[in-house]
Design a protein. Structure first.
Length: 108
């Protein structure tokens, strides 16, 4: 779990940094929000995968959609991030697609 969390934070951190620089948004608040949200969602993801390991693909798909929605709302709701909801949704989608794609290559 530490490996996947570290890789997720690294990948999503690079995306957050690129987005913040490109769109002139505050890097540190968005990055910290992303890290905290990832800690929460990774714990819940691993719990779900342990509880429903017989339905791995279904569980991972449903969990990733819920994670995307949760992180979008969290990114939007933190005022210091200065993100409108559509931008938070898109940023979260890109972050989660990238980390999900990388996750297929990590040992579990």
């Amino acid at each position: 779990m530490i490996l996947t969390l570290s890789v997720t934070i690294l990948i999503e951190g690079v995306i957050v940094a690129g987005y913040a620089l490109w769109r002139k948004k505050p890097l540190i608040p968005i990055l910290l929000t992303s890290i905290v949200a990832n800690i929460v969602t990774q714990l819940l993801l691993w719990l779900g995968l342990v509880l429903f390991f017989h339905h791995y693909l279904y569980t991972i798909f449903l969990a990733e959609v819920l994670i995307w929605m949760f992180e979008s709302i969290v990114l939007y709701r933190v005022p210091a991030n200065k993100l409108e909801l559509p931008k938070a949704i898109l940023l979260s989608l890109v972050m989660n697609l990238a980390s999900f794609a990388a996750g297929w290559f990590l040992p579990v």
